[in-house]
Design a protein. Structure first.
Length: 306
């Protein structure tokens, strides 16, 4: 998992990589920060002589972070059974959009862990939702091997299983991803579709919305029991269009903005300058197939300055 020096500076330099790993494993930046902090606490809790014996602190920290995340994933299942409504991963903004003066109110601080997340296919909402369907062990094996290219011999140390068993877990997880993955639509094509959805929503054009939504489209919302939203997924393009039009009627003061959500084109709704909703989309063959709506304010803290 990459040999680094044993000094404090080199060890601290692993934090960005660890945050990237932990966010993909947990789908929550807050929980990812806690997991990485716990790994560092254990590192500095070792006697100095023991730390000096460790050839690769980066590998040690990754192993411990993976184990912490595995424990969190195990307990998360029970917590999410008590969660009000659907649970969705925490959406991430694009720092470039936060920092630009137009449409924003400030600049994000350089210490924000969200700025260390590499926005690629492995953090799209669609990908993270698929990861949620995996067992904790499958998720760890798949993310570490298929996303970060760690060998199964090292992943075995995280899962406390044989390399062969870890390979089998990753293979099982890979089948889940393959089954769930929709036909790829280019980012520019996605942006066009999302823009058209925004325009149709603003004009309350139900017919246009229906045309933009796949007949089998599904909209899932996460309010965490803290704000009003649908508790169960809405299925069917026509039903989703009617729901969106009703929201437009009830909230005429909402301001819709086109923004990147986890590296893909999405929409942000603001009321009186405060972000109230972040929506991510999956698009196939020019139509929206999935909409993930995050309204839980605890998951929107990174969006204050969008």
């Amino acid at each position: 998992m990459g040999t680094v020096g044993t000094g404090t500076e080199e060890t601290a330099g692993e934090r960005g990589q660890l945050i990237n790993v932990a966010y993909r494993l947990l789908g929550s930046l807050a929980e990812a920060e806690d997991a990485v902090q716990e790994a560092y606490a254990r590192w500095y809790g070792l006697p100095r002589s023991r730390r000096e014996e460790i050839v690769s602190p980066g590998a040690w920290l990754t192993t411990v972070t993976g184990r912490v995340c595995l424990d969190v994933l195990g307990s998360a299942r029970a917590r999410r059974e008590r969660y009000v409504g659907a649970w969705l991963p925490e959406p991430l903004p694009d720092r470039a959009e936060r920092d630009r003066p137009a449409g924003g109110t400030g600049t994000a601080g350089p210490a924000d862990p969200a700025d260390q997340i590499v926005l690629d296919e492995s953090v799209t909402m669609a990908f993270l939702v698929v990861l949620e369907s995996m067992t904790p062990a499958e998720r760890v094996a798949f993310v570490l091997h298929d996303v970060f290219r760690y060998p199964f011999a090292e992943i075995a140390g995280v899962l406390d299983r044989s390399p062969a068993a870890c390979k089998q877990l990753a293979s099982s997880a890979r089948r889940r991803v393959s089954t769930a993955r929709a036909p790829v639509t280019a980012t520019t094509g996605r942006a066009d579709v999302v823009r058209h959805v925004k325009e149709a929503w603003q004009s309350k054009d139900i017919a246009a919305l229906v045309g933009l939504l796949d007949p089998g489209a599904v909209m899932t919302a996460d309010g965490g029991g803290m704000v009003g939203t649908v508790l169960r997924p809405i299925e069917g393009g026509a039903r989703i269009a009617q729901y969106m039009a009703a929201i437009a009627d009830r909230a005429p003061d909402l301001e819709l903005l086109e923004r990147s959500v986890n590296g893909m084109p999405g929409l942000v709704a603001r009321r009186a300058g405060v972000v109230a909703t972040v929506a991510a989309f999956d698009v196939a063959d020019g139509r929206v197939t999935q909409i993930w709506v995050v309204r839980n304010p605890e998951k929107l803290r990174r969006w204050v300055e969008i």
